[in-house]
Design a protein around this ligand. Structure first.
Ligand code: C5P
Length: 244
């Protein structure tokens, strides 16, 4: 497999749009690059599960990013539904606690359909990449982002999560503590010179790969580019260089 193809498997395009034709076009124009797609609340609430089902049946590998955070039973039932649609990956908030993560994993295992890709990977969101130290203090967490992220990642792994979502700035510490097989998904990716938007803890694509990220989530640097497929390829080339 070429480095570009390897990079493709590790790039997740965030389809953050409520417009179905636009989302479909993002998929059509980039699918040949072998990348994956993230469907978050904005698109999911506009498109509904039938649309999701359709794009998955057409071959898109989808990370359903609904960040469940509720009582364990509710999250388990939500994860059962996600597994039934054949999503590749889904997630919960680590702050929902170990029992909630255990039940999420149980729901995914019970409803996994081998004809639709088997059990989806379960990720736990540690801290949002839009959170800075001030935001941590507002929600009552002591300073020290990295310490919280590593602690939550350890708890999530022992409760059954396959990996975490964290910023690339914490990825190296998580990789060191959690080992080579743990999945680390990093949003907050900005190619050099790109608009930072509302992200705070950011990294370049190459920086995230070198820090040990398994997968990079990229949204606006691709979706707001004049030519999204070209922007996607530029990012993949940078990732491939870092992998090589
Ligand atoms: O447009 P941009 O590249 O900033 O998009 C990042 C995506 O990653 C968004 O869909 C956002 O919801 C998601 N995300 C994040 N930080 C997290 C978890 C998910 O930015 N901790």
């Amino acid at each position: 497999m070429s480095d570009l193809a390897k990079a493709g498997e590790r790039l997740i395009l965030a389809l953050d749009t409520p417009e179905l034709p636009e989302a479909r076009e993002f998929i059509h124009s980039t699918q040949h690059l072998g990348i994956r797609y993230k469907v978050g609340p904005e698109l999911f609430l506009a498109a509904g599960p039938e649309w999701l089902d359709k794009v998955i049946r057409q071959g898109a590998r989808v990370f359903l990013d609904l960040k469940f955070h509720d009582i364990p039973n509710t999250v388990e039932q939500a994860c059962r539904r996600a597994a039934g649609w054949g999503v590749w990956m889904c997630n919960v908030h680590a702050l929902g606690g170990a029992e909630m993560i255990r039940r999420a994993r149980a729901g995914l295992e019970e409803a996994a359909d081998p004809r639709r890709g088997g059990r989806p990977l379960l990720l736990a969101v540690t801290l949002l990449t839009s959170h800075d130290e001030k935001a941590l203090s507002e929600i009552g967490l002591a300073p020290g982002t990295e310490g919280h992220v590593v602690r939550l990642a350890k708890m999530a792994k022992s409760a059954g999560a396959d990996g975490v979502v964290c910023s690339a700035l914490e990825a190296a510490a998580v990789r060191k503590e959690l080992g080579p097989d743990f999945t680390i998904v990093t949003p907050g990716i900005r190619p050099a010179g790109a608009d930072v938007n509302d992200q705070v803890r950011i990294s370049t694509p190459a920086g995230a790969i070198k820090a040990g990220a398994s997968h990079l989530v990229v949204g606006r640097p691709i979706t707001k580019a004049e030519k999204p497929a070209v922007a996607c390829r530029v990012i993949l080339t940078e990732m491939a260089g870092a992998l090589g």
